[in-house]
Design a protein around this ligand. Structure first.
Ligand code: HEC
Ligand code: HEC
Length: 333
């Protein structure tokens, strides 16, 4: 049974890849285009919320704590640190280019950024607040009341408005102009010979079956350990936790490889500390191929060309709390 499903899986990879290759002269990866900001005031409000630790029970944890925009939109930790120094269950993915994801979270349980944004605020292991309290905090702050009114055109703040503003901000966090994108757009000097060799290997060995499109991933769920099983102590079940189907066990959303040089450590359990390790594991477990050190180095060199322009963030100044703003509870369980 195991053997059967394995060869079937590899068949899919090859079929997928052949489909990519056949779809004309086009590369399997497309450049990221700069974002066009349509609602600047909503984006600005979303940025304030993204940086505001008062959305957490402790008053100390903001979205940016775990998706640090100074560090590729991640925390560079194996597992995130949540309320009261709790160890998170899974590695924090980057928020950069997350608007391109087919769905949000490793298992895709949130359909989009709006649905996702409500999760961490009320997650007891992350920000440990509740939607009611978070909204009460914001409603008590005149600076926020006027800002929400300006953006949404009515009095009284709701959680839907909070998640909508957060999503609008996150949609602006795209990273165009990587050296690889410059190459895709015709600047043949943008990559070195070694980086280009890495890209050819990335295509020819079959990585592009799963890591393709503008985000170089993010657009499908795939088995981790397709050719040989992935061994981990991490309890995450992947997509099976959402669909209840045993066949979806260990299916994870394929992570984007954009800015992957910045978003270490790797995999849902954060077990691969370096790109060299991650590429080695991917080669063996997903493709049944052991790369030589030279081949691995070429692929890593290519992956490093996927770092784009990071969003330029002017640190927001947040309106102060009022006398009746619920107080933070950093040391209350
Ligand atoms: C304590 C750390 C922590 C905080 C605080 C936090 N996150 Fe996350 N975030 C994570 C982790 C861990 C995941 C992955 C969880 C999973 O897949 O089950 C995640 C997933 C996401 C994703 C999905 C990305 C993807 O590729 O699937 C987005 C978007 C996101 N967070 C945005 C936010 C926003 C917005 C906030 C603030 C409201 C926030 N996060 C607060 C740790 C955190
Ligand atoms: C069958 C689909 C598939 C193929 C083929 C594949 N990958 Fe992956 N890749 C995934 C999945 C799924 C994950 C997430 C696994 C996890 O976290 O458990 C992943 C994760 C990664 C990561 C870590 C990213 C992060 O942020 O954690 C890197 C780097 C990577 N792949 C590179 C490659 C390279 C290089 C190749 C070719 C040698 C390749 N992949 C082939 C599906 C695939």
């Amino acid at each position: 049974m195991r053997k059967h499903s394995v060869s079937w899986g590899v068949g899919i990879v090859l079929a997928l890849w052949a489909g990519q290759a056949m779809s004309a002269s086009q590369e399997p990866i497309q450049p990221i285009e700069p974002v066009v900001i349509k609602e600047p005031e909503k984006v600005e409000l979303g940025k304030m919320l993204f940086f505001d630790p008062r959305l957490s029970r402790s008053g100390a944890i903001s979205c940016n704590s775990c998706h640090n925009l100074a560090m590729g939109g991640s925390d560079n930790l194996k597992a995130s640190i949540g309320h009261q120094w709790q160890m998170g269950g899974i590695n924090s993915p980057t928020v950069l280019n997350s608007s391109m994801n087919i769905a949000q979270f490793w298992d895709g349980r949130a359909k989009d950024l709006r649905e996702q944004a409500g999760g961490p605020i009320a997650n007891p292991a992350e920000m440990a607040s509740s939607h009611e309290v978070a909204v009460q905090v914001l409603n008590s702050i005149p600076g926020y009341r006027s800002e929400f009114k300006r953006v949404f055109g009515k009095d009284g703040i709701t959680i839907d408005e909070v998640t909508s503003a957060l999503a609008a901000f996150e949609e602006t966090l795209v990273t165009p102009n990587s050296r690889f994108d410059k190459w895709l757009k015709g600047d043949k000097n943008a990559l070195t010979v070694r980086e280009l060799a890495g890209y050819q290997l990335f295509k020819n060995s079959g990585c592009v079956a799963c890591h393709n499109g503008a985000a170089v991933g993010g657009n499908s769920f795939q088995k981790m350990g397709l050719v040989s099983p992935y061994v981990t102590d991490n309890k995450a079940e992947g997509r099976a936790g959402v669909t209840g189907q045993d066949a979806d066990r260990f299916n994870f959303k394929v992570p984007t490889l954009r800015n992957v040089a910045l978003t270490y450590p790797y995999f849902h359990d954060g077990e691969a500390a370096t790109l060299t390790q991650a590429v080695d594991v991917m080669g063996r477990l997903q493709l049944g191929r052991t790369f030589t050190d030279e081949e691995n180095g070429q692929i890593v060199a290519f992956l490093k060309t996927l770092t784009g322009d990071q969003p330029v963030i002017q640190y927001p100044v947040l309106p102060p709390s009022e006398d009746d703003t619920p107080r933070p509870e950093p040391f209350v369980k």
